[in-house]
Design a protein around this ligand. Structure first.
Ligand SMILES: [Zn+2]
Length: 594
């Protein structure tokens, strides 16, 4: 009894000493601890409580917020700050608790023995990591090459394993990217990525599903996006890892976003990634973090949903649902009411991130990125790594496959047939300066626009070419619609901006048709029609001159257009289609045979 009482007493003591309010103090009361952490580690890990989201929003670009939990009566905020950020935070007079950094709470094992590391239940030393990456390329020279996108502040390498069945030459297929640990102390994904590289390479030719992925996708995997942060304690250990890079900057608050470029100096690690993303088109990516268990999708820095919100949500659900088949209590943090599903959150609804990579990737580069917070414990104890990998591996594989669905094709010059770099925009998705458009690759001309089920109008634009708009493009979930496009070059040698083309209405094809046919037409850059406010109509009439259907009735920019006409509801016979723009009009006939 006495013993039990003692146990209970100890429990309650622990409970009290760990309860939040006991540790929350003013800056002056813990000045020494703050100074100690800032001088030893350059950053401080702390938490505080605030009553409104407005304050969190104000603080979001002043300190590095890591997590926000809604406690109904208030919000608990977990954050990091460097010296400058702490100076700014002090001015808010918010009491806080300094916490032990995640990477110093308990030791984890780091090994330099590659055979031991490849049992995947230990963290690698920096040197072992570099050796392993190079080994992948030397062991599988036809499937893997290592790309160093640049050096960090301290001169460590930012390495990608590029995995493809055509790894030494470019094929028209989507580029996919996984990257982990841009917060140096969130290391679970680091080991996952190494293991995934090994799994993809060693399964090629034996596992049909993985073989298909390597054949159909160019996969880029960067296990360690912030090596200076992860090895802050030295190349031989991940204990002591920290969030920021060597300059104490949070790299996931350092990218340009909707509001421009964040204050503070752009770090070399950020610039390396920006150069890489601007040089290559990535169709889809995922960015691994820790400190929570949730899938976070765009946007992080603005409230309105992305036009592809349903699609993002669907991908997030698939990831989480598949994980829950293995472990229903993992990846189930409930962090916002949007969308109101455990394990999934809209970025903005959870907390605001300015200068984050997810939004940069999605807003500026034509890619789509989701952030995965994959372990509540940032430096996951090494023995738990295999179990966590097992929870995630099916989702990791299925997620890659998503970049194969939607509309894809090759954009070429109609005269030379050479591949073209172009922008592809979905009409009803026009949003914030082309932020939803995707790009075709300059080497192969291939583009990949992932979309949910629906019928879309796509516009293809390339400098020096007439834009082309194609309507009636049908996309079905989990399948691929192929749409190859030729763009007509603007004639050279004509001075000024005078357009060399005139109106043109082409014969439909196929003709006769049943029930689908395509109608192409062109709108010139200058002409009388422009005085009519750019209104264009394309209508279908029957033999008696009765209007049957209006295919186009809107303002249209100069360019080439292609409209799908479905005669499914009409009876067999001859029909006319008439294009009108300003005082131009032209009529052609077509035959529907059922
Ligand atoms: Zn993070």
């Amino acid at each position: 009894m006495k013993k039990l009482f003692l146990v209970l007493f100890c429990f309650s003591f622990l409970f009290i000493s760990n309860s939040y309010s006991q540790e929350i103090k003013s800056y002056n009361d813990q000045k020494e601890t703050v100074t100690k952490y800032l001088s030893e580690r350059g950053e401080i890990y702390f938490r505080f409580f605030v009553s409104s989201r407005d304050i969190i929003k104000k603080l979001a670009n002043r300190i590095s917020i890591d997590n926000v939990r809604d406690n109904v009566v208030n919000y608990e905020v977990i954050a990091y700050a460097n010296s400058d950020e702490m100076e700014v935070f002090r001015k808010y007079n918010i009491d806080f608790e300094v916490m032990v950094p995640p990477s110093l709470q308990f030791p984890v094992k780091t090994s330099g023995d590659i055979r031991e590391i490849m049992a995947w239940d230990v963290y690698p030393t920096y040197d072992a990591y570099i050796t392993m990456m190079n080994n992948f390329a030397t062991t599988y020279p036809n499937l893997c090459r290592i790309v160093n996108i640049g050096s960090t502040v301290q001169g460590r390498s930012m390495l990608y394993a590029v995995i493809s069945d055509s790894v030494n030459f470019r094929k028209p297929k989507p580029r996919f990217m996984y990257t982990s640990s841009m917060h140096g102390d969130e290391t679970t994904g680091y080991v996952f990525m190494l293991r995934l590289i090994d799994t993809l390479l060693s399964s090629y030719g034996t596992n049909p599903k993985l073989t298909e992925l390597v054949k159909n996708i160019e996969i880029w995997i960067n296990p360690l996006a912030n090596p200076d942060g992860t090895y802050y304690g030295g190349n031989g250990t991940v204990n002591g890892a920290r969030r920021g890079n060597y300059n104490n900057v949070d790299l996931n608050r350092n990218f340009p976003d909707f509001y421009g470029t964040p204050s503070g100096t752009r770090q070399v690690e950020t610039q390396n990634v920006m150069n890489q993303l601007n040089r290559y088109n990535f169709t889809l990516s995922m960015n691994f973090h820790g400190g929570a268990e949730v899938i976070n999708y765009p946007w992080d820095c603005v409230q309105p949903h992305h036009p592809d919100n349903d699609w993002f949500l669907n991908l997030s659900k698939r990831y989480v649902d598949t994980v829950h088949l293995v472990n229903s209590t993992y990846l189930d943090d409930y962090l916002s009411n949007d969308p109101g599903i455990p394990g999934i959150t809209n970025g903005w609804a959870w907390y605001y991130v300015y200068g984050g990579r997810q939004d940069y990737m999605t807003f500026f580069t034509g890619g789509r990125e989701i952030t995965a917070e994959i372990s509540s414990t940032k430096l996951l104890p090494q023995a738990q790594l295999p179990a966590y990998y097992n929870y995630n591996v099916r989702s990791l594989i299925n997620y890659m496959k998503e970049c194969l669905y939607g509309v894809r094709g090759i954009v070429t010059d109609s005269v030379t047939n050479l591949p073209l770099k172009s922008k592809i925009r979905v009409a009803s998705f026009e949003y914030m300066n082309d932020s939803t458009s995707v790009r075709s690759d300059s080497t192969c001309g291939d583009y990949h626009r992932m979309l949910k089920t629906g019928t879309y109008t796509l516009t293809f634009k390339s400098q020096g070419y007439y834009p082309k708009t194609i309507s009636g493009v049908y996309v079905k979930m989990d399948s691929t619609t192929v749409l190859n496009v030729k763009l007509r070059p603007m004639a050279s040698g004509i001075s000024g901006n005078e357009s060399p083309i005139s109106f043109m209405l082409s014969q439909n094809y196929p003709n006769p048709f049943n029930p689908l046919t395509n109608i192409k037409y062109s709108i010139p850059e200058y002409g009388k029609w422009k005085t009519e406010n750019g209104m264009v109509t394309l209508k279908v009439f029957d033999l008696l001159g009765k209007e049957v259907v209006v295919l186009v009735n809107q303002k249209q920019s100069p360019g080439d257009y292609e409209i799908k006409f479905d005669g499914g509801k009409l009876s067999s016979g001859i029909y006319f289609y008439k294009l009108t723009a300003g005082d131009f009009s032209d009529v052609k006939s077509m035959i529907l045979i059922k």
